[in-house]
Design a protein around this ligand. Structure first.
Ligand SMILES: [Fe+2]
Length: 248
């Protein structure tokens, strides 16, 4: 194996020098593990470093690897190539176009890939507080839930009510122009139902068990201590902006 590896390396170097190297197309097309936007210990003491490391480097990496396997299978099939080119966000919105033999893999691992990236970016060591005064998110929350406390009550009840492994979401419906709290099982994404994700909360036990054990309520309180309202507001503003462009 080592000899073969050295041969591949030497061939690539020689190829580059002579201009005949074939680029490693499959590896180059693989989606990378989305990076955390902060250090593994940045959310201490609310979310512990060990949980963050395992969650990102093991769980999120596994979803990434398995999604890449599904995409490689699609790229290798002339009838499915167009699906691989869609991009994972769009693919999750068109799961019915994925053949049954690959649909579960895309739904579970593609969902896991996207959901976790949204989740990491919803958290921040500079989070907590509340949506900015006069922000789009503050207005939308008041319109849909009456108040921030009203939203937190609905969101908390939904989060605690998720049976087994799943997610709790704050979503925006562009047709109804309202926010709603949604829950999904496993790695299902509300984008598959045409909703826009404003806040993603992972309520799989792997997200909190090392520190909070079975106490999901404690985990939820910890999340509110590091929730990045600015990121949530930025997502809503982008959705509203994009919807305006589509109307023009
Ligand atoms: Fe997770």
């Amino acid at each position: 194996m080592k000899t073969f590896g050295r041969w591949v390396c030497a061939s690539l170097v020689l190829g580059v020098l002579t201009g005949t190297a074939t680029p490693p197309t499959v590896a180059a097309q693989n989606l990378p593990l989305p990076p955390l936007p902060y250090a593994y210990d940045a959310l201490e003491p609310y979310i512990d470093e060990q949980t963050m490391r395992i969650h990102h480097l093991k769980h999120h990496q596994a979803y990434t690897d398995n999604l890449n396997k599904a995409l490689a299978t699609m790229r290798g099939d002339p009838e499915l190539k167009h699906l691989a080119k869609m991009g994972i966000d769009k693919l999750l919105q068109h799961l019915d176009e994925v053949p049954p033999r690959l649909r579960g893999q895309v739904r579970n691992h593609g969902g896991g890939y996207v959901n976790h990236d949204q989740f990491w970016r919803n958290l921040s060591p500079n989070g907590a507080g509340e949506p900015g005064q006069g922000s789009a998110l503050q207005h939308a929350i008041e319109k849909s839930f009456g108040s921030l406390d009203g939203f937190k009550t609905v969101f908390s009840e939904a989060c605690l009510g998720v049976f087994g492994s799943g997610w709790c979401w704050l979503c925006f419906n562009t047709e109804a122009q309202t926010l709603s709290v949604e829950t999904t099982s496993n790695q299902d994404s509300p984008t598959s139902a045409g909703l826009e994700v404003i806040i993603a909360l992972d309520v799989w036990e792997h997200a909190y068990y090392l520190k909070h054990q079975n106490r999901r309520k404690d985990y939820l309180e910890a999340i509110f201590a590091v929730l990045d309202w600015q990121e949530a507001d930025a997502r809503l503003r982008k959705v509203l902006h994009d919807a305006t462009k589509e109307d023009l």
